[in-house]
Write a protein that binds this ligand. Structure first.
Ligand SMILES: C[S@@+](CC[C@H](N)C(=O)[O-])C[C@H]1O[C@@H](n2cnc3c(N)ncnc32)[C@H](O)[C@@H]1O
Length: 255
């Protein structure tokens, strides 16, 4: 079995489109996982995944790199907060926000804290999605280690977290602002009428045609004037072609 056949097998059996990922990086990761498990060919590996649900989960977990933190790149979040105030809240008190590929929830909960701080009376809808179900369960639990919350100011930490046994639990007032759903950016339909889409540190794993498709779909998912906030290594060079304006370091606005 060649790697392309392995990819079709995964698509058919686990419904994950590996052809969307950058091949060199992906193949290196799969090989390294197989090495760790002690299998040296794709046939043996598919058989293992087929009969062993834990290995199936391990594979999916490994492919979907979950690294994240609250207010990742704090300066950029600060800039986003300013744009939300200046561009979105002036026209609308109730914003629809989508945190796509949200991992264990640090990103959507950061957005919820921002909204609570700058617009406490607005009825904001924050949808947070990821392809990885176990990570969404973690997100819903809202329990974090110190390493994950290090960017949160003392003021917000005191206001919005409870500390118990060296772990930090997000308060219901923030937790209840976010609705988590499973969503695959490659295979699923997109939401509509969004004021703000935050999608960071996931398209770097995808090839350029998939990345472009994703940005086109984000464009359709945004309201006119809506904002798209991307990761700190994910500048969109063809933003004009996509119908976007660049309004911040990593922030784009739908024209
Ligand atoms: C590195 S994390 C980024 C988390 C957060 N956005 C941030 O910037 O800190 C990447 C996330 O993308 C998710 N992911 C990978 N492929 C995906 C796909 N096709 N659709 C939706 N989410 C995906 C992974 O499960 C993982 O949680």
């Amino acid at each position: 079995m060649e790697v392309v056949e392995f990819e079709s097998w995964i698509l058919k059996n686990l419904n994950v489109d590996l052809s969307a990922y950058k091949p060199a990086q992906l193949h290196r990761r799969i090989k390294s996982l197989m090495n760790r498990i002690g299998v040296d060919n794709y046939v043996a590996y598919t058989e293992l995944i087929k009969r062993d649900e834990a290995e199936q989960k391990r594979f999916l977990n490994y492919i979907t790199i979950n690294v994240t933190e609250f207010f990742r790149n704090p300066q950029l979040f600060f800039e986003l907060q300013k744009k939300i105030k200046e561009e979105l809240l002036v026209n609308n008190r109730n914003l629809k926000i989508w945190s796509a590929a949200c991992s264990q929830g640090a990103e959507p909960y950061s957005l919820a804290m921002i909204m609570k701080e700058i617009s406490p009376h607005g009825r904001h809808e924050i949808i947070a999605t990821d392809i990885d179900e176990p990570i969404l369960d973690r997100a819903k639990e809202g329990k974090y280690a110190y390493s994950e919350i290090k960017n949160i100011s003392e003021e917000l930490l005191i206001k919005y977290f409870k500390k118990k046994n060296e772990e930090y639990y997000i308060e219901p007032i923030i937790k209840n602002m976010v609705a988590f759903h499973k969503h695959d950016l490659i295979l699923d339909d997109y939401f509509k009428n969004m004021d703000l889409i935050v999608c960071r540190n996931v398209v770097i794993y995808f090839n350029s045609s998939i990345k472009n498709e994703i940005y086109k779909k984000f464009h359709s998912a945004l309201k006119k004037g809506g904002l798209l906030f991307v990761g700190a290594t994910e500048s969109i060079y063809n933003y004009k072609e996509l119908g976007l304006d660049k309004v911040g370091t990593f922030i784009y606005r739908k024209i």
